[in-house]
Design a protein around this ligand. Structure first.
Ligand code: TYC
Length: 104
């Protein structure tokens, strides 16, 4: 939107107002599988997604029962970093745990 600002002289200064948009956010979705232990998923939710133990157990059980669930909502870079950390941590411990992301 153009904003007309009278200057001290007789000219008129036109300043383009920048549109400041909230960065798009992404849901990080945790996927269920038959091999990763419940305790390990809870640990991931505590360590990577900064959940309390109660929240972590609730999210893990939701994923276990429904096949997938939201571990957290973040801007793109952070979501990607958390997914990479989850996959690395799981792989290092021999678990097939997977997660992905989708726009909020
Ligand atoms: N279904 C797993 C089990 O019974 C537990 C689990 C929960 C695995 C959530 C992955 O994202 C997951 N051991």
């Amino acid at each position: 939107m153009a904003e007309y600002i009278p200057s001290r002289t007789s000219e008129t200064v036109v300043r383009e107002r920048q549109k400041v948009e909230r960065p798009r956010r992404y849901k990080v979705l945790l996927l269920n599988d038959d091999y990763t232990t419940m305790e390990f998923v809870v640990l991931i939710l505590e360590e990577v997604f900064q959940k309390t133990r109660d929240e972590a157990v609730r999210v893990m059980l939701n994923v276990h029962e429904n096949g997938k669930g939201v571990a957290g909502v973040y801007v793109k870079d952070i979501a990607e970093t958390k997914i990479a950390a989850t996959h690395k941590f799981a792989q290092e411990h021999g678990y097939p745990l997977k997660c992905g992301m989708e726009p909020e």
